[in-house]
Design a protein around this ligand. Sequence first.
Ligand code: AMP
Length: 190
Amino acid sequence: MLNIVLFGPPGAGKGTQSENLIKKYGLLHIATGDLFRKHLGEGTELGKLAKSYMNAGNLVPDEVVIGMVEDKIKLNLDAKGFIFDGFPRTVNQAEALDVMMKKNGLIISGMIELEVPNDELKKRIKERAKVSGRVDDQDEDKINNRLKVYAEETLPVAGYYKQIEKYAKINGVGSINDIFGQIDTVVKAY
Ligand code: AMP
């Protein structure tokens, strides 16, 4: 069973490459940002709780995210595999993911980091803002805060996967097909 963590800053192309992996391997997509936006749109309690964090570009508290992911895994234990996109975003979340996978008889195959320089990320996020309607894509300060939060709180997660020898890094600048080819080479070796 393939269980992939697709990792990288906002705008790195995680959503796009997740779609490619899903098409090829039939994995179930667990994109925490998308799940939160769905809750927000439906006005659920969880959505109300997450809203202020998301709109400011800050992380939603770990226990909220972890609970939401665990529910999603438990409901989909018949899936061919999972692709985690935008999760884990803290070392605490990475540890919790290992525990919940193990509890369900599963294991992470590996993490793949998409590396993209900040100026390119900002360009892509501003382009996406024209169609995404996302509050957090619209404003320069919010974008900068998300990149700062990524550098400070999320990048250490790469170190976690390096330590357990489940880490690969790919240059996320280039054509979507070329980047997918590189991702797929890593996945085929799992
Ligand atoms: P994304 O669509 O992945 O860029 O996520 C949008 C926003 O949702 C983030 O800026 C956070 O506020 C929140 N979020 C998504 N995933 C997580 C996570 N794993 N941990 C904490 N907050 C998250």
